[in-house]
Each structure stands twice: as C-alpha cells, then as structure tokens.
Design a protein around this ligand. Structure first.
Ligand SMILES: NC(=O)c1ccc[n+]([C@@H]2O[C@H](COP(=O)([O-])OP(=O)(O)OC[C@H]3O[C@@H](n4cnc5c(N)ncnc54)[C@H](OP(=O)(O)O)[C@@H]3O)[C@@H](O)[C@H]2O)c1
Length: 239
C-alpha cells in the first residue's frame, strides 16, 4: 500500500482561510504540505496565505477563490490544482455555515444555502477529486461535521440535517472506496463549540468552547495513523 510523507503531499482545504480551516492550514503547512485554501473571499484567503507563508518561511499556502455551491468553480479548482501538482492527496471538507431558524420559521432560502454549502458542495467536490486519488492510489478525505451532526438542536434544524447528512454521505463514500480497493481513508471530525475568535497559541477559549488548536492536533493525529486504519467519527468538545 502506497504511503507518502506529509512533506510530499498536496492538500485542498475548503474554508482554509478562517477559523478551524485556518488552524488546519497552519498545521499542515508547518508539516511541509502544499495547501490550497479555497473559499469565496479571495482577499481573506490571500491574507491568510501570506501570513502563514511568512511564518513557515516558504510558499506553501495558495489562495483559490471558489464557491463550493457552484460546480463550474469546483471543476476549475480541481483542474487547476491537478494541472500544477498532478495530485490531490488530502481533501478537507471544512467549509460550512449555519442559518439561525426554527423548524416552524425555516425559509427555503436559508435551508438551500445550508444544504448547498454543507452537503451538496462536499458531494460535488468529492466527485471531482476522487478520480485523481484513485488514479494516484492514494488519498485522505476529512469531513468537518459537528456535534450538530450527532444531536439535534432546535435553533439550527437545517444545519443539523446537513451535518447528519454529511456523516451518512461519508459512510457511503468509505464503503465505496473499500469496495473498489482504493487506498483512500475517510475521517469525520464532529466538534462541539470551538472558539474561532481566541485562536492565538495559549489563549484561553471562551467558557464551553475548546481552543481551535485541538482540532488541528486531532487532524494531524488521524493522518499519522497507518493506512489500513479506519477511524469513524471523532466527537470532540469541552468538558
Ligand atoms: N466553530 C465551531 O464551534 C464549530 C463546531 C462544529 C463544527 N464547525 C464546522 O467547522 C467548519 C468551519 O467553521 P468555523 O467555525 O471555522 O467558521 P468560519 O470561520 O466561518 O469558517 C467557515 C468557512 O466556510 C467558508 N465558506 C462558507 N460558504 C462557502 C462557500 N459557498 N464556498 C466555499 N467556502 C465557503 C468560509 O469562507 P468564505 O466566506 O470566504 O467563503 C469560511 O472560511 C464548518 O463546517 C462548521 O460547520 C464549527
């Protein structure tokens, strides 16, 4: 079974310019991974890429403007990364959002935005990336679900539906790659509240939240496991 050191890998991290995604990007870049960060706001992505590249002293993070709800933009992203590096070794499906609502006062606009970003966007990105991972006989796909993918909360019903749905999709994906004998692992992270405001090293998270660095450390831990290891959903939240 092919293995590849992180320092030779190319990653795509959606939403990699802010919050949890940025913490993933920092940890991966520090480990020598070439990281393409993709989301809608190019200025945010560029600023994050510049800062992280300065910190690691090398050009390892690349900004790519992409709305994951738009299939044409997904295809351009994947084609451009493959054209440049010939591989996508790690896909982190981190982009996501919630729209506050209730079951009774839920709007079509709100649930479409949530489902299209958190679920449909992931499915179309995986569909575009998977053939390249299969061709290269190597890949890891990490999905950021949530504790709202494990439990229902009255104030975010469509967010819960999308994050539960993401776990179901990931299970089907894991079964698919197992059946075709592909060297591809699928991991799901299910965080509770993560403080994406107090993110400096050592900074105290708000009460009930965990520091974002813990999510990045969990990512690096699962990636370090042997290629034949399956870890299903990792629930991680404040004590
Ligand atoms: N923070 C928490 O407590 C927590 C807990 C459990 C799970 N999560 C999950 O963790 C993930 C990251 O969230 P976060 O807390 O780090 O918040 P965040 O900083 O708001 O990150 C969300 C990211 O998603 C991107 N995004 C939104 N819509 C997009 C679209 N249509 N296409 C491409 N990218 C899009 C945003 O970038 P642009 O605006 O530039 O597009 C942003 O970078 C989400 O999936 C969230 O559901 C968070």
């Amino acid at each position: 079974m092919i293995d590849k050191p992180l320092s030779q890998q190319v990653a795509v991290v959606t939403g990699g310019g802010t919050g949890i995604g940025r913490a993933f990007t920092e940890a991966l870049a520090a480990a020598g991974v070439q990281v393409v960060i993709a989301s809608r706001r190019e200025t945010v992505l560029r600023a994050a890429a510049d800062q992280i590249n300065q910190e690691v002293g090398s050009e390892r993070v690349f900004a790519y403007a992409c709305d994951i709800r738009e299939n044409v933009q997904i295809e351009s992203l994947v084609n451009d990364v493959i054209k440049r590096w010939r591989t996508i070794d790690l896909l982190i499906n981190n982009s996501g959002l919630a729209v506050p609502e209730t079951v009774e006062a839920i709007s079509e606009e709100g649930w479409d935005k949530v489902m299209d970003t958190n679920l449909r966007g992931v499915m179309q990105l995986v569909r575009a990336v998977l053939p390249h991972m299969i061709r290269n006989s190597f890949g890891d796909i990490v999905n950021v679900s949530s504790q709202a993918g494990k439990h229902g909360y009255a104030d975010v019903p469509s967010y819960c539906a999308s994050k539960f749905g993401l776990l179901g999709y990931a299970e089907a994906l894991r079964d698919h790659v197992r059946k075709i004998g592909a060297n591809i692992r699928v991991f799901n992270l299910c965080p509770g509240l993560v403080d994406v405001e107090n993110t400096n090293p050592g900074q105290e998270p708000r009460a009930g939240f965990i520091h974002v660095a813990n999510i990045a450390r969990t990512l690096m831990y699962v990636l370090s496991l042997d290629r034949n290891v399956v870890v299903e959903d990792i629930s991680i939240y404040a004590r």
